[in-house]
Design a protein around this ligand. Structure first.
Ligand SMILES: Nc1ncnc2c1ncn2[C@@H]1O[C@H](COP(=O)(O)OP(=O)(O)OP(=O)(O)O)[C@@H](O)[C@H]1O
Ligand SMILES: O=C(CO)[C@H](O)[C@H](O)COP(=O)(O)O
Length: 397
């Protein structure tokens, strides 16, 4: 961290007069403090450099954040695990390059507190945005923090855990783009926009099949969260650099089963370090049905679309896939028609998809576009690192 040190000639002086400045590298976490040394007083004033690349991932609960995180960390290599020897109910996942923190840890009200006050976890009143901002900022500047833990098993706030500043920090949860101060710390932001019909289908699949909840309780839970979801979570999508929107298919008229999906990757134009992926010809409007000799498709087939559009008054490029793959190895045919994928070798998207074929959404646009966004994030990270390295070299010359 680069800091300016102001020194005084002697401690005996009233109102220390700052007369000397020099820039040093200071590793203490004690910033902007007044220190007394041997016959000298020091005031350390730091304008800390960003060290960590910060990514925000917003979505409602049960909308695929964990799955997306697993795909992202896999792109960087290495497995993501909870902090070693820590709280077994920690929500944090750490790999060699990335640390994923769950913003549920900034709930200021525990489950009982929320019940007493009649607010949901989606309501800003149930969350501590000041602490979220302070800690994300500190981590971005390379300073470790003691982050609280929200325990989803007990519904209580557990003692904090120590989080070291990683190369890439992902903040995932309900509100990564809600608070302007936190939003400004993000180098890239993603919103997973799951339509109500699909969210319902996924919730039924998980909460009924895997958690034994009744259909009525799932419906009631979705309904009770909806007003706060509409007020506080959904509006964040206008800030996202990339939105993955998941809708029911249009290939089967009237389908509301939520099994075959139409998925849009909405990519903001002009975001720093991010250039949208395109199909065939950048900026053109394209409809493509790739089924035939090179891609096996069963009913109802696969349709891709690509083109420019406007999203909350921002210029965007939209890539859409409706339908699902029968054979994942044939995805290479689709991949070879896409450009600007930021892959390191031919077929890397297909390789990633095959590696995680057991993850939800691997046969459709959800898994495909999550993988593509993961590769774009790796590219963004590498660009930022390269820029910093060249800035340092220039500063030395
Ligand atoms: N792409 C997908 N296709 C089909 N189902 C999916 C997909 N992504 C997620 N799901 C379903 O939603 C469930 C939740 O996914 P995941 O754990 O990734 O979401 P989450 O947002 O992290 O959830 P939570 O916040 O509740 O922990 C999965 O178990 C699966 O049933
Ligand atoms: O929306 C959520 C974020 O994932 C959860 O509902 C919120 O964190 C409260 O958790 P719990 O239901 O375990 O008390």
């Amino acid at each position: 961290m680069a800091c300016t040190v102001y020194t005084t000639p002697s401690l005996s002086m009233p109102n220390p007069h700052l007369h000397q400045r020099q820039v040093i590298f200071f590793t203490s976490t004690k910033r902007n403090q007044f220190f007394r040394g041997q016959n000298r007083a020091f005031t350390v004033s730091c304008s800390a450099e960003a060290k960590t690349v910060v990514i925000g991932l917003a979505a409602d609960s049960g909308c695929g954040k964990s799955t997306f995180m697993r795909r992202l960390t896999s792109v960087f290599g290495g497995a993501a695990e909870p902090p070693k020897g820590g709280n077994p109910d920690s929500n944090t996942l750490i790999s060699d390059t990335t640390t994923v923190i769950c913003l549920d840890d900034y709930h200021s009200l525990d489950r009982t507190g929320r019940k007493e006050k009649g607010v949901t976890a989606l309501n800003p009143r149930a969350n501590d945005f000041d602490l979220m901002y302070e800690q994300v900022k500190a981590l971005k500047e390379g300073i470790p923090v003691e982050k609280p833990i929200y325990n989803h098993v007990t519904g209580l706030l557990d003692p904090p855990e120590l989080i070291q500043s990683p190369k890439i920090l992902v903040i995932e949860g309900l509100h990564p783009m809600f608070d302007e101060r936190v939003r400004d710390l993000l180098d890239f932001s993603i919103y997973l926009d799951i339509s109500n019909e699909v969210k319902f289908a996924w919730k039924i699949q998980r909460d009924m099949a895997e958690r034994g909840h009744s259909l009525e309780s799932i419906k009631a839970s979705i309904e009770s969260r909806k007003p706060d979801f509409d007020a506080f979570i959904d509006p964040q999508k206008k800030y996202a650099d990339a939105v993955i929107e998941v809708l029911p298919t249009q290939l089967i008229p009237g389908d509301n089963e939520g099994k075959i999906l139409r998925v849009k990757l909405i990519m903001k134009e002009g975001s720093k370090h991010f250039s949208p992926v395109y199909l065939f010809d950048e900026g053109s409007t394209i409809n493509w049905i790739p089924c035939g000799r090179k891609l096996t498709c069963s009913y109802p087939g696969i349709k891709f679309s690509y083109g420019p559009d406007s999203y909350f008054s921002n210029e965007v490029s939209v890539l859409e896939m409706d339908g699902q793959f029968d054979r994942l190895d044939e995805l290479i045919y689709v991949e070879s028609h896409l450009s600007n994928l930021s892959t390191k070798f031919y077929g890397e998207v297909t390789q990633q998809m095959l590696k995680h074929s057991d993850f939800p959404g691997s046969n459709n646009g959800t898994g495909f576009f999550q993988t593509v966004v993961g590769l774009k994030i790796r590219d963004l990270y590498e660009q930022i690192v390269a820029e910093r390295a060249s800035a340092k070299t220039e500063a030395k010359v």
